[in-house]
Design a protein around this ligand. Structure first.
Ligand code: ASP
Length: 310
């Protein structure tokens, strides 16, 4: 089967409580459709991953944009990144407050090209030139985020696995170009100023002409293991995306104890995903195929099977 434009998104790895499964599946499917609309119109993989992540940020079931978890001060501090596999262009923002669509800020850093990563209030200084303004913090904070915060405050620590919902996407377009994007509120009850793997090139987000990867999970570990880069390197060595995803998570586990998931696409358009937490929300679609897959995957390799889908 020839290569065709495709997109794979995730909505975070951890412990997805059953009551959120339907919403997480629906959110992933909607994000896939947003990305596919770009790809089917002949658009670039880079634009498709940004469109998909925007949709996920708007959905309060995920830990990104609206619904993001709170830090120890009770604030949302977002991290986001986007990488273009063609040019190795990378744009990211970290620990930015009051951002409704952090991925747009990351994209602005990428398009500007002077730097690759801006953090904190410097982000707003930069985009103010474009007329963009911070949102009201209350727009981002959901009842569920507040509950998680109160529980963490009572324990005086966050719980990595219990707060999934980081979002990400990888895509390949008609021209065979790949891209990756990731966005998150980070770890719940994190220290103010904490920056995770998501906006760090090669840790939570990475892309080259040979493949693209977006991760979710224990950020400190992804940073130490450079898991997204590892995944892309495996694809560069000739591994198909499903094997590269599995290999990257196995390596994360061997090197650091693990605790995460990853989605990836290789240069032949194969999609792969794997996780070593209890569950990960994901969705996938291909141009010209009306079937959009979306599921909460259990630990292990994720079976992304369009032909087996009903
Ligand atoms: N990787 C994210 C972080 O550490 C959290 C997550 O994916 O759940 O910021």
């Amino acid at each position: 089967m020839g290569r065709r434009p495709a997109i794979l998104v995730h909505g975070g790895a951890g412990q997805w409580r059953e009551r959120y499964h339907d919403a997480a599946r629906a959110g992933c499917a909607a994000a896939v459709r947003a990305g596919l609309a770009v790809l089917e119109a002949g658009g670039a993989a880079l634009d498709a991953v940004v469109a998909a992540v925007r949709a996920l940020e708007d959905d309060p079931v995920f830990n990104a944009g609206v619904g993001a978890v709170l830090n120890r001060r009770g604030e949302v501090e977002a991290d986001a990144a986007v990488m273009d596999g063609v040019t190795l262009g990378f744009g990211a923002v970290a620990a930015v407050r009051n951002a409704r669509q952090p991925i747009d800020l990351a994209r602005a850093v990428l398009d500007d090209g002077e730097h690759v990563l801006l953090c904190g209030d410097g982000v707003w200084e930069f985009v103010r030139e474009r007329g963009w303004r911070p949102c009201d913090p209350a727009e981002l904070i959901t009842e569920r985020a507040r509950e998680r915060f109160e529980q963490a405050r009572a324990r005086n620590r966050g719980d990595v696995a219990a707060d999934p919902g980081t979002v990400g996407a990888v895509a390949i377009d008609e021209a065979g170009r790949v891209a990756a994007a990731t966005s998150t509120g980070g770890m719940s009850y994190k220290r103010p100023g904490r920056i995770g793997d998501t906006p760090l090139c090669g840790a939570g987000t990475y892309a080259t002409p040979l493949g693209a990867a977006s991760g979710t999970g224990h950020g400190e570990r992804f940073i130490r293991a450079l898991t997204a880069r590892r995944c892309v390197e495996f694809m560069g060595q000739g591994m198909a995306a499903p094997d590269a995803a599995h290999g990257a998570i196995a390596a994360l586990r061997a090197d650091t104890g693990g605790g995460g998931g990853i989605v990836c696409v290789d240069a032949d358009g194969r999609l792969g995903a794997a996780l070593d937490t209890d569950a990960m929300a994901w969705g996938a679609g291909r141009a010209g195929d009306p079937r959009v897959l979306a599921a909460i995957a259990p630990r292990g390799r994720v079976a992304i099977d369009f032909d087996g889908a009903g």
